[in-house]
Each structure stands twice: as structure tokens, then as C-alpha cells.
Write a protein that binds this ligand. Structure first.
Ligand code: NAD
Length: 485
């Protein structure tokens, strides 16, 4: 049932930061899976480029270990397959801020291939890399660059980053990765909305009571505390991942499934967002628990005011959504790891079954992780004798169940997105103006917290977040969905 794998054209992919954590955990094992799936042609080459002094054999050994540790177990044990993949690798030690290694890198690039450059390094190096790629004539007008998050920490820094790339590359060459957009379910969200007659007529404030977007994590920030404490849930999750999900759920149908048509519609959603009243945002920080230290201990700052949790109520001022609230929440050290979007439809206008039948609502749930899939809650009669009582049952479509073994071959987000880069398809990547619009909306919220000396509310690790977040929804006569795996 999984669609036919169509090999991409031959390419040279340079991974700057090719020895880093992201490259070892996600990018390289993902590329190996694409090769195993038959999507990578034999001529494809991957060149690691980083500060570390390594030769080709040393890099191959490092990547072999990375595949063993982080790769898909189904393919990682295939010695011949791994060796075949390693044959496609090369390495060059490069200094992004100096002259070392650039001539050698240029010598490794082949003519007639697609050239892609993955900037898997800190954003402070983006401008340096872009400049040197052009100065050494390694990248041309057809080359693509892929940049990782965080794309700025506010509007000014995002603009500066955009400008530093725009000096050397056209927007059509820049692929800003948000791996949430590479998830199968996220794309399915567009398929469900715009490929069916069933949902779109109901997809508006007349029929939708409210929408909830939840990204809950069980892990804390230990190990990346110093980075996270400068960022917080708002910058780390809401400005990018949750905002992208909101855009896809709320956008108007684009005229065609083409990168700029989709991104134009997403941008309109961000621009239609109402400013958020600070009473409609709850920030939290996890306390210490039996199985771990508090947030403040994790970031080694007993006075930190950075949020590890945020919940908010958003409104969109447009014809489709005026009056339908969007509740967003995300946090760390919560009771379950789960990401989902729930579209909660309104009650039927009149219940013919009387008050005893209870209140029942259709809810369309789009699960991003774990167990990607969709579920539509429908109301039916409770089986058995004894009158007309109603109950809700899910019409469940877990991709794993629906696709069986073939679900294992569905590419993970990074793999899919890298293949899109090679294919030159920007649909699932953020455009510069989208990123800037998201920061323009985020900045005043964060500035408001700073001005008010706002202190996040503590919450118990393993809980659903601070009590105030429950009140945020309860006072509207609604409730959060239970976070479940
Ligand atoms: P890392 O610190 O593990 O690796 C950094 C890499 O950059 C190394 O290969 C290093 O050699 C290279 N490097 C550093 N300075 C260099 C220079 N002057 N010249 C050439 N190479 C240089 O970092 P990471 O975790 O792999 O993250 C890379 C980027 O991806 C960061 O921007 C990070 O925010 C982002 N990111 C990482 C993850 C993740 O899961 N690790 C997730 C999302 C985004």
C-alpha cells in the first residue's frame, strides 16, 4: 500500500556539522534508510564536513557506529547494505569561519550533480558558510542549502539570518527545516482536508467548537539546560512546531499543491492571529519529583524564569475562524509523550434523545506521535436493551495497523525532507517571511513576560501541567483532552 519509491536524481550532499549529534542521530541513519529503500541512486555521494580532523576511513567508522546505535534495526544489521552506504561517504575537515578545507571540498564536488548543503551547525555559522560556498564557487544558482532550527531567537535575529543567507542565495534555494512538517500525519492532514468532500464543508467556526494542539514530552531539559534556558517552550516549540501545525489546520485551501501556494496560505494564518492577552497564556516550570530534579536544578539557575510549559488560547480574525478558539499547549516532564491535534466539533443543534442521552461530540484527532494516525469519534447507540443511551466510539486509523509491515518503510521526517530537498520541493519547508511573521507574533508575548517579571507556575513532573492551564480552558466551559500515549 506504500507508494512506489521513485529514486531521486544523483546528488552531492555536503553535511556541514557531519560529525555532530544531529547528523549522527538523524541525518545519516535516515539517509541510509533511504538508500535501503532504493530511493538513493548509486551515484549519490554524501560528504561530511566539520571541524573534526578525520580522514574518509575515520568518518566511515564513525557513521557505521552511528547507524548501529541510532539506525533502523531492520537495516542496521545488513552488513552489505551498510558497507554499500559507507562507500558513498567522504569527509573533509573544514573551518566554517576560516580558509581551511574549502579548496579540498571544492575538489570533491562533481559536475552534473544536484548540489545540496546541509547546515547542521549552530545558526551563528550560517552566514559564514553561505559566504564561503559562494566565494569558493562551490555552490551555484541551482544549489540548495538546508538550515536547521533555531532560526533566530526573535524577529531581529531571524531577519539578520535571512539577510545573511539572502546575500548569497535566492529564497528558492533555501530550505528551512521544521521536522514536524516531514511527518506522515502532517501531510495526511492536508490530504484529509483537501482530498475529501467530507471534512472541508465543516471546517469552520460554524461547526467547529474549538481546536486543541498538544505537544507533550516526558523528558526534561537535563543535558541541554544552558541552551534551553535561553529559549523556553515559547521559542523552542510554539514559534515553530506548534505554529506550523496551527497553520496547516487553519489555512484556506491553496489553489494547488505547490510550495508557494501552500506557504502563502500558511502565512495568512499567522497574520490573522489576534494579539494574545496575557491572561490567556499560562507558563509553567516543572518541580522536582521522585525521578528527577526540578527545571531550575536542571538549568543550574535557582532563579530562572524560563518556561518549560506553555498553554494559550488563540483567536484568528478571519471569516473562517472568528469565534473558534485554538488552545495550544506544550511542555516537558509531562505524564506522557504525545503530540496531537484535536478538532472538536459542535454539539448537534438539538438532541432528539433527551437529556439522559448525555452530551456527545465528534472529535477528529490527528496523532503525530507516537503511533501516527487519525481517529474520528462518532456517537452511536450503546449496545443492548434498555432504551436509547448514546456512547462515543472511535473510527480509528492507525497508520501502523492500516499499512501493516509496510508502515515500517514510511520515511521518517528527516529522511523525507532531505529527499524533498534533492527533488527541489519546498512545500514542507518554511519560507523566510513565514518565519519572520511567526517571530513578529511571538516577540511581544515574550517581551510582556519580561516587562511584568512574570514567574512561571510550578507543576508536578508526570502531571498534565500547571493547574492554571486547566482553568484556562475550564473557564470557557471546555476541558483539555487527556494526554495519552
Ligand atoms: P553538535 O554540537 O553536536 O555538532 C556541531 C557540528 O558542527 C560538529 O560536527 C562540529 O564539528 C561542527 N562545527 C562547529 N563549529 C564549526 C566550524 N567553525 N566549522 C566547521 N564545523 C563546525 O550540534 P548538533 O546537535 O548536531 O546541532 C547542529 C544544529 O542543529 C544546531 O543548530 C542545533 O540547534 C540544530 N538542531 C539539533 C538537533 C539535535 O537533535 N541535535 C535538533 C534540532 C536542531
Amino acid at each position: 500500500m506504500v507508494s512506489r519509491v521513485i529514486p531521486v536524481d544523483p546528488f552531492d550532499l555536503v553535511i556541514f556539522g557531519g560529525t555532530g549529534d544531529l547528523a549522527r542521530r538523524k541525518i545519516l541513519p535516515g539517509l541510509y534508510r533511504r538508500m535501503a529503500a532504493g530511493q538513493m541512486p548509486a551515484e549519490a555521494r554524501i560528504i561530511g564536513a566539520a571541524r573534526t580532523d578525520l580522514d574518509r576511513a575515520g568518518y566511515q567508522a564513525m557513521v557505521r557506529e552511528a547507524i548501529e546505535e541510532f539506525g533502523d534495526p531492520k537495516h542496521a544489521g545488513d552488513a552489505a547494505g551498510v558497507s554499500d552506504f559507507l562507500e558513498r561517504l567522504d569527509y573533509v575537515a573544514v573551518d566554517a569561519t576560516g580558509d581551511d578545507g574549502w579548496k579540498e571540498l571544492k575538489g570533491k564536488m562533481r559536475d552534473g550533480m544536484i548540489r545540496a548543503f546541509y547546515f547542521s551547525v549552530g545558526p551563528s555559522l550560517f552566514g559564514d558558510l553561505a559566504e564561503r560556498l559562494k566565494a569558493h564557487k562551490i555552490a551555484g544558482d541551482e544549489s540548495r542549502i538546508v538550515v536547521e532550527k533555531p532560526f533566530g531567537h526573535d524577529l531581529a535575529s531571524a531577519k539578520a539570518l535571512n539577510a545573511s543567507l539572502a546575500r548569497y542565495f535566492d529564497e528558492t534555494q533555501i530550505y528551512r527545516i521544521d521536522h514536524y512538517l516531514g511527518k506522515e500525519t502532517v501531510q495526511n492532514l492536508m490530504a484529509v482536508r483537501f482530498g475529501n468532500m467530507l471534512f472541508e464543508p465543516l471546517w469552520n467556526s460554524q461547526y467547529v467548537d474549538h481546536i486543541q494542539i498538544t505537544v507533550a514530552e516526558t523528558v526534561g531539559v537535563a543535558g541541554r539546560g544552558s541552551y534551553y534556558d535561553k529559549s523556553g517552550a515559547m521559542r523552542d516549540m510554539v514559534q515553530n512546531h506548534l505554529m506550523q501545525l496551527l497553520c496547516l489546520i487553519a489555512m484556506e485551501p491553496p489553489a494547488k499543491f505547490d510550495p508557494d501556494a501552500v506557504r502563502d496560505e500558511k502565512l495568512k494564518v499567522i497574520r490573522a492571529l489576534d494579539p494574545v492577552d496575557h491572561h490567556e497564556i499560562v507558563r509553567g516550570q516543572y518541580d522536582a519529583g521522585a525521578d528527577g530534579p526540578s527545571y531550575r536544578e536542571d538549568v543550574e539557575d535557582p532563579k530562572s524564569r524560563t518556561e518549560s510549559y506553555v498553554a494559550m488560547k488563540l483567536g484568528l480574525s478571519n471569516w473562517r475562524w472568528a469565534g473558534t478558539p485554538f488552545y495550544l499547549r506544550t511542555g516537558k516532564r509531562l505524564k506522557t509523550r504525545a503530540s496531537e491535534i484535536a478538532v472538536v466539533f459542535k454539539d448537534a443543534p438539538h438532541s432528539i434523545f433527551g437529556p439522559d442521552a448525555g452530551r456527545h461530540r465528534n472529535i477528529l484527532t490527528i496523532r503525530l506521535q507516537p503511533n501516527e494516525g487519525m481517529e474520528l469519534g462518532v456517537t452511536i447507540k450503546e449496545p443492548g436493551p434498555g432504551g436509547m443511551r448514546l456512547m462515543d466510539v472511535p473510527l480509528d486509523m492507525s497508520f501502523a495497523d492500516a499499512l501493516g509491515d509496510e508502515a515500517e518503510e514510511v520515511p521518517d521526517a528527516y529522511e523525507r525532507l532531505i529527499m524533498d530537498v534533492i527533488r527541489g520541493n519546498q512545500t514542507l519547508f518554511m519560507r523566510g517571511d513565514e518565519v519572520e511573521a511567526a517571530w513578529a507574533w511571538t516577540d511581544p508575548i515574550i517581551e510582556g513576560w519580561i516587562d511584568r517579571h512574570d514567574v512561571p507556575k510550578p507543576y508536578d513532573p508526570g502531571s498534565s501541567g500547571p493547574d492554571d492551564a486547566m482553568l484556562l480552558v475550564h473557564r470557557d466551559g471546555r476541558k483539555w483532552r487527556d494526554i495519552r500515549a
